[in-house]
Structure formats: structure tokens, C-alpha cells
Design a protein around this ligand. Structure first.
Ligand SMILES: *Cc1c(COP(=O)(O)O)cnc(C)c1O
Length: 495
């Protein structure tokens, strides 16, 4: 069966998967959605005996229907290899009565590696299939983790360049060092004087700037996106939810047909949307618990039906979730509106002009699989300490938010369903905040001293990704204002 893709705002239809991957964002500013969410065509029993790579093929072939078997298997083999520090790719750690699905064993120690290890291969394959003759310029806004993972994926990939914008004071020290030491002749990093939403809005504006795109095309360039709005990010993320269920079966933690809950620390709504897709494909998932930090715009949305970005942007110790415009929510809105692009486009227009919109009671009914919760920075730190003291399991600040929200959910509902918590980063990526949570004030200590101390305390070896930046030279020093992003891109590309 062949799926095609269409914009959530109605402007583009009948797009193949490879075209959607190549293009990133739809021309009308909408996001690409498949005409339907396919059902798994292999049983969960069978999946239980499959490797991560085999599972990836079974899931991705259903969405990326114009890639050949050989092309897809090739992309998967190149992505999920020894860049990951464990053969399981995503281990499930059982601790404190839940299963922590560790999505941070890739080369940049955050869950973004799960999709960004494969996106460059999907994209270069798509370029070949569609006879694209232009150099692909990946424009990416990052709240800290996407930027590094995307550059690691695209570094020195022929026919591509990558430009990353990150909020200058909105990322952790390790995140910043990871990006500014990035190697690769085709990589470029710019710190913007603004927050993540400014970066993301700026990038979206460039995608919508027809005159600029025409000028670029003349010079032989074509934009694409490595942000989670790209369907090539979303599809690989569905895989690990299928894999997690199959592993729980294989390990006899659950029996066939048992439901599980999933908790996801959420920012741009990409990761949790992938879990929702897994549910639609047939994985027995009961509740999707959406965990926010102090920027609790999604908690408010799921409790009231009103999405309202008009509020103060709070910089927290879980910076990859410091977001007020969760782009991928648009895909859920579109689905809940019965795939009515016009209705969705009207709500998104309201978001653009007023900064808020309200869904109808019928639409709210359709998103009842989601439960919204949030944890403050203090609750997050307390949760990291509690779980570490009780069990010895050490988690990062984003996973801490999810874990704290899970506790609130269990208390509020009494639901005892087995629960998978998406663990989205290594504690080493947020060493300062994690050490403060478990060992008190660390303000006088240097980053790498703290990292060594964390290793002594937790017994977890310092990951390769952190050792790599300990002595690496800084290669990127660019900075710009929010309103000069376009000029910056032109300068980088030499046009
Ligand atoms: C990106 C990120 C998130 C948020 O994921 P979304 O898909 O944007 O919701 C959470 N935790 C970490 C560590 C991240 O890097």
C-alpha cells in the first residue's frame, strides 16, 4: 500500500514520503501528515524476538512507502550501529516501580540521536530518488540537543550543509561546548540573542520567504529542516515505543495484550506524538502522560482545551523543554479536527495573531488519551534526589520532570498500569543541575570537575561524548540578533 502525505493546512497533497522528508515543512507553513496512520502488519509476538534494527524496518516501511526495502535497510544499518554504546540501542532500566526507556545511548547522549542518526541517510536517499540537483541546506533551531545531534548526523555528508541557531543563554554548558566544538566543513553554529521560540520562529520565517528561497535556488541551494516538524524525525521515533512494548513482552514483564502507560518529558511535542502514532499502529498503550516543566503551556492545554502562549518564558534546568510554541501539537490538532485542514489552519492563524486558540469539546474528547502534568524545578530536583537515594538510579533533569509527573499521575488517578518513562538525556549532559539536585550547591565548581565527581558518585562511566569535548578546540563563534538571521544565513552561504 502506498501512503501519501499532505499538509495540515491543506496547501499540499499527494506528496511522497521521500519528497516530504526532503522538503521538511509544507509550503503553506503546515506540517506533513500521512493520509492515514498504518497498522503494524507483524504480530507483537514476532516483534518480541526482533532486534532494534529489524523493528525499525517493520515500522518505518509502513510510513516511508516509496523507499525500497534495500534503501531503507541501508539507512537503518548506517544509523543504528556502533555510534550507540549498547547493542540494544535503547535499554529499558527498571527502577522505582517503572521502566526508564533510555533513549540517550547515541553519539550526542540525548534522545535526538534516535532520529537524527538516520535522518541524513533518509534525506540523501530522498535527494537521489527525486533527482534533486541542489545542495541541501539544513536550517535548524535548537533548544540545545537537536543542534548537536543534527550536526553529528550531517557533518561532512556530501551535498549537504547545516546551519544551527541556538539561544545564547538558554542551553547547558555541556550542550554549548558540544555545539561550538563541532567538526565538519559543512557545519555552522550561531548563538542568537533570544530564546528557543525566537530561533524556531525565525527559521520558520526563512522557510516561508519565497524571494529568499528563489535567490538560493539560483545559487544552487535548497532548504530543508532537521527539526521535529520533519516527518523523517517523527517516523524513526515511533520505533522505540514499539520496541519497548515488545521488549517488555520478551522479558515477561507484561503478558500479551496488557496495556502500558507512557510518560514523555515534552517540549516541541515530537516525542510524545510518536508514542501516539505507536498507539494508533496497534501498540496497547493506555495513557500518554505529557510532562511539562514550568513552561506548562501543554498542561494548561490538556486541562482546559485552550492553548495560550501569552505568558512569561521561563529558563529552567530542563532547557530542552523550555518552549512555548510546541510545533508538533499541530499534527494532533489536525487529527482531532477529523483531518479538516481548514479548521486546523484557522486555529494556527489564531495562534499566530492572538497567541492562543481553543479547541471544541468534540476535539477535546478526541485527545482524551493524553493526560497533562507538570513539575517545577524544585519538584524535578527533589525527584532526581529521591530516586537516586532510594534506588541508585541517576536521571537527567528532563527525565526527572517525567518521573515527578508520573508520581503525580499515579497519585491523582490510582492507575497502576505498567509504565514506561522516556528517559531523554544522559545525566552528564546536565551535570551541573543534576549534581546540585543530589549533592547541594555546586556553584563554585568547574564543569569537568563536577563531571568526574558525578562519575565517582553514580558509578556510571563518563560517556565518550563528554570525553570528546573535554579538550576539544572551539570552532564556532558566530552570534546574531533575532532579526538578522536571514543576513547571517546569506553570509554563511556566501550569497
Ligand atoms: C528535545 C528534548 C525533549 C523534548 O522533546 P520534544 O520531542 O521536543 O517534545 C525532552 N528532553 C530532552 C533531553 C530533549 O533533548
Amino acid at each position: 500500500m502506498t501512503l501519501s502525505y499532505q499538509s495540515t493546512r491543506g496547501g499540499q497533497k499527494g506528496i511522497t514520503a521521500s519528497q516530504a522528508v526532503l522538503q521538511g515543512l509544507a509550503e503553506d507553513g503546515g506540517l506533513f501528515m500521512p493520509t492515514q496512520i498504518p497498522k503494524l502488519d507483524v504480530s507483537l509476538e514476532k516483534l518480541a524476538s526482533m532486534s532494534y534494527q529489524e523493528t525499525a524496518y517493520e515500522v518505518m516501511k509502513l510510513f516511508l512507502t516509496d523507499y525500497t526495502e534495500e534503501e531503507l535497510k541501508n539507512c537503518i544499518a548506517k544509523a543504528y550501529d556502533s555510534k550507540f554504546d549498547t547493542e540494544e540501542i535503547v535499554p529499558l532500566a527498571k527502577a522505582d516501580g517503572a521502566y526508564y526507556l533510555e533513549l540517550f545511548h547515541g553519539s550526542t547522549i540525548a534522545f535526538k540521536d534516535m532520529a537524527l542518526s538516520i535522518l541524513p541517510h533518509l534525506m540523501t536517499t530522498a535527494a537521489k530518488k527525486n533527482h534533486a540537483d541542489k545542495e541541501i541546506v539544513i536550517l535548524t533551531a535548537t533548544s540545545g540537543d537537536t543542534g548537536k545531534a543534527a550536526m553529528a548526523g550531517f557533518a561532512d555528508v556530501p551535498g549537504t550543509r547545516i546551519i544551527v541557531f541556538y539561544p545564547k543563554d538558554g542551553v547547558s554548558r555541556v550542550q554549548e561546548l558540544q555545539m561550538r566544538t563541532q567538526k565538519g566543513e559543512n557545519t555552522c553554529v550561531v548563538a542568537i540573542h533570544g530564546n528557543f521560540d525566537d530561533a524556531q520562529t525565525g527559521v520558520k520565517k526563512l522557510f516561508g520567504d519565497e524571494a529568499f528561497k528563489a535567490e538560493l535556488a539560483e545559487k544552487g541551494f535548497q532548504f530543508s529542516s532537521a527539526n521535529s516538524i520533519n516527518i523523517g524525525r517523527l517516523v524513526p521515533q515511533v520505533v522505540y515505543y514499539v520496541y519497548a512494548y515488545a521488549k517488555l513482552l520478551d522479558n515477561q514483564e507484561i503478558t500479551m495484550g496488557d496495556q502500558i502507560n507512557v510518560v514523555v518529558p515534552t517540549g516541541n511535542f515530537g516525542n510524545i506524538l510518536a508514542a501516539y502514532f505507536a498507539k494508533q499502529m496497534g501498540v496497547p498503550i493506555k495513557k500518554l502522560i505529557c510532562a511539562s516543566n514550568d513552561n506548562k503551556v501543554l498542561y494548561d492545554f490538556f486541562t482546559t482545551g485552550t492553548y495560550d502562549r501569552n505568558r512569561e518564558f521561563i529558563l529552567t534546568n530542563s532547557p530542552s523543554m523550555d518552549i512555548l510554541i510546541s510545533s508538533n501539537l499541530e499534527r494532533l490538532i489536525y487529527l482531532s479536527a477529523g483531518c479538516d485542514a481548514e479548521k486546523n489552519a484557522a486555529l494556527m492563524a489564531e495562534l499566530g495573531t492572538k497567541g492562543s486558540y481553543t479547541i471544541t469539546p468534540e476535539m477535546k474528547e478526541k485527545v482524551a488519551d493524553f493526560w497533562g502534568g507538570y513539575a517545577t524545578q524544585e519538584e524535578d530536583a527533589a525527584e532526581i534526589k529521591r530516586v537516586f537515594d532510594d534506588t541508585g538510579y541517576l536521571m537527567d533533569t528532563h527525565t526527572g520532570v517525567a518521573s515527578a509527573v508520573y508520581k503525580k499521575y499515579a497519585e491523582a488517578t490510582g492507575d497502576t498500569t505498567r509504565t514506561v518513562i522516556a528517559s531523554t538525556a544522559s545525566p552528564y549532559k546536565f551535570s551541573h543541575s543534576v549534581m546540585e539536585a543530589i549533592a547541594g550547591d555546586q556553584s563554585s565548581k568547574e564543569e569537568f570537575a563536577l563531571i568526574d565527581e558525578m562519575s565517582d558518585l553514580s558509578g556510571i562511566p563518563v560517556p565518550r561524548a563528554v570525553e570528546e569535548i573535554r579538550h576539544a578546540p572551539i570552532r564556532h563563534n558566530r552570534e546574531c540578533d533575532v532579526d538578522s538571521m536571514k543576513a547571517e544565513v546569506a553570509d554563511i552561504l556566501g550569497i
